[in-house]
Design a binder for this molecule. Structure first.
Ligand SMILES: Nc1ncnc2c1ncn2[C@@H]1O[C@H](COP(=O)(O)OP(=O)(O)O)[C@@H](O)[C@H]1O
Ligand SMILES: [Mg+2]
Length: 259
C-alpha cells in the first residue's frame, strides 16, 4: 500500500471572536481525522455550518489551525511557512462554488489561465499559449474560448475555466467547495462527468465538498459526513449509501427515519 496523499489527524479550527470580552467561538472543525489515498476522491457532506469549508480552508492554509496535524505527501503541511509556503500552495488547486465570483471579470480566459503560470515565474510565449489551450481543452472547452471573458460564458463553461485554472500548476490535490451547487441540474452532471474523466485520465486526487450526498456518490470512493464540526460517519461510498450507520446520514441521503 502506498502512503496516503493527505492525512488529517484530530484537526481543530477555531475562528477568533472579536472584542476583548467576547466569549470564544466553538470550534468550526472539532477533531477531524481523515485519510485520502492518492488518486482517490473523498466526498465531504453535511448541512450548512457543519465545518466543511473551514476544513478546506485549513488545508489551503487560509485559517489558523488550533491543534491537530495535516500531512500532504508524507510532509508536515502545517510546518511549511514563509516563501516555502508560497511555492507549496501550488500543491493544492481550489475550485469555489460560484465561478463568476472567482474569475476576474476584467480578464480574458487566456489571461485567467496564464495568471498562475506567470505568478510562478513561467515565461510568456508560444509554449505557455499551447499549455493554456491544452488545459482548457482537457476541461472540455475549445481554444476559441480563450479571448472571451467570464461574463460571456454559461455557468457550466465558467466552472470549466475555474477547474482548468485550478489544474494549471499540476496540483497534487484538487479541493472543491460545492462546485456544482450554483449550476442547473443538467450542467451539474456535465461537470461531474468532467471530474470523472480527469480522475480517470490523470489520477486526480480530490476532496469534494457538497451538501448533496447524491452529487458526489459517483465520484467518491469514500464519503465523510460532518455535523457541527465533527465527523458523524465515514466509509466506503457504497457502504454509506446502502447502509448508513447514522440517522443523520440517512436523513441526508433521504431515507425515511425508520428502516
Ligand atoms: N470567518 C468566520 N468567522 C467566524 N465563524 C465562522 C467563520 N466562517 C465560518 N464560521 C463558523 O464556523 C462554522 C462552520 O462553518 P463552515 O465551515 O462555513 O461550514 P460549512 O462549509 O459546512 O457550511 C459555522 O458555525 C460558521 O458560522
Ligand atoms: Mg461551506
Amino acid at each position: 500500500m502506498t502512503a496516503p496523499l493527505v492525512e488529517v489527524h484530530d484537526l481543530v479550527v477555531r475562528y477568533k471572536s472579536r472584542g476583548l470580552f467576547a466569549a470564544p467561538f466553538k470550534p468550526a472543525v472539532n477533531g477531524v481525522t481523515l485519510s485520502l489515498p492518492a488518486g482517490s476522491t473523498l466526498g465531504l457532506v453535511g448541512e450548512s455550518g457543519s465545518g466543511k469549508s473551514s476544513l478546506l480552508r485549513a488545508l489551503l492554509r487560509l485559517v489558523p489551525v488550533e491543534s491537530g496535524t495535516i500531512s500532504l505527501g508524507g510532509e508536515d503541511w502545517l510546518a511549511i511557512d514563509g516563501p516555502a509556503l508560497r511555492r507549496a500552495r501550488h500543491s493544492i488547486g481550489f475550485v469555489a462554488q460560484n465561478p463568476f465570483l472567482s474569475l476576474s471579470p476584467r480578464l480574458t480566459i487566456a489571461q485567467i489561465l496564464a495568471e498562475p503560470l506567470l505568478a510562478r515565474g513561467d515565461k510568456p510565449g508560444a509554449e505557455m499559449k499551447d499549455r493554456i489551450a491544452l488545459l482548457l481543452s482537457r476541461c472540455g472547452l475549445p481554444a476559441n474560448f480563450l479571448p472571451l471573458r467570464a461574463s460571456e460564458l454559461s455557468g457550466g463553461q465558467a466552472q470549466r475555466v475555474s477547474i482548468a485554472r485550478a489544474l494549471a500548476l499540476s496540483p497534487r490535490l484538487l479541493v472543491l467547495d460545492e462546485p456544482t451547487s450554483a449550476l442547473d441540474v443538467s450542467v451539474q452532471a456535465q461537470i461531474l462527468n468532467l471530474l470523472l474523466d480527469l480522475k480517470a485520465d490523470s489520477g486526480l486526487s480530490m476532496l469534494f465538498v457538497t451538501h448533496n450526498l447524491k452529487v458526489v456518490a459517483h465520484l467518491a470512493e469514500q464519503l465523510m459526513v460532518m455535523r457541527q464540526g465533527s465527523v458523524v460517519e465515514v466509509g466506503a461510498t457504497e457502504r454509506v449509501m446502502a447502509d448508513p450507520a447514522q440517522a443523520y446520514t440517512r436523513e441526508l441521503i433521504g431515507f425515511g427515519r425508520r428502516r
